[in-house]
Write a protein that binds this ligand. Sequence first.
Ligand code: ZN
Length: 246
Amino acid sequence: MKRFSQALITVLTALTLSVSGCSKSVEGESKKWDSNTAKVTALGAQYPGLKSALDARKASAKEVYDAASSLDGDAKIEKLAEANSALMSGYVRQLDQLDEKMKKLRESRALAATNAGDSASELGAKVAAEDAAKVIERVDAMLKKGSPDEAAAQVLVKKASDDLDAAQKAIDKVVAADKAKKDEAKAEVEAEKGEAKADEAAAAAKVAPWKCGYCDSENPHDVTSCNSCGAAKPDSAADKKAAPAK
Ligand SMILES: [Zn+2]
């Protein structure tokens, strides 16, 4: 029994190690570091006003990265992972996502304006699109000006990100309201179509010839008893009762 539980522990330990080894590796974290540093360098070129803050971030993360070189195994992996998150955490990650947000907002602006279903929606889309344009312009200027140190950069990037989110939300709201209006109008048209069809069917039924239930001959709509056998037109219970029994 003791031997069995020892074997079990060995298996479990091996499993745990292989699972944690799967998620992170020296190679994986090193590759990540390379792509992250390239990303931060590109961000510094794109936002020159934030370059010095980004360079400072790179330098402090590099210290963590360098400390990994004297380590082995899991400790090395952990240190490399730590360097990666030190490089990308907080405002750097947010800054990296600003481009996408900006792009999405620009697209939504154009979409809202071209899709507006009626003049009220058009006006709402116009107002939201104008607001979004102002936000984009302001964020652009904010980023261009930049901030020299980490704390100020953090505040600036957060503000830029929040402003873009708010503008996006406003545009999304206009688009959603316009869509709801369009859906409602569509449902109304469908309902009217259905009514017209029912009226048509009723009118057609009024002039349709009727078939005698006793002798099977067809009779014009306006005769009330069968032309060949004299049975009453079966359009009411009373008529049926009046029909001659066979
Ligand atoms: Zn008949």
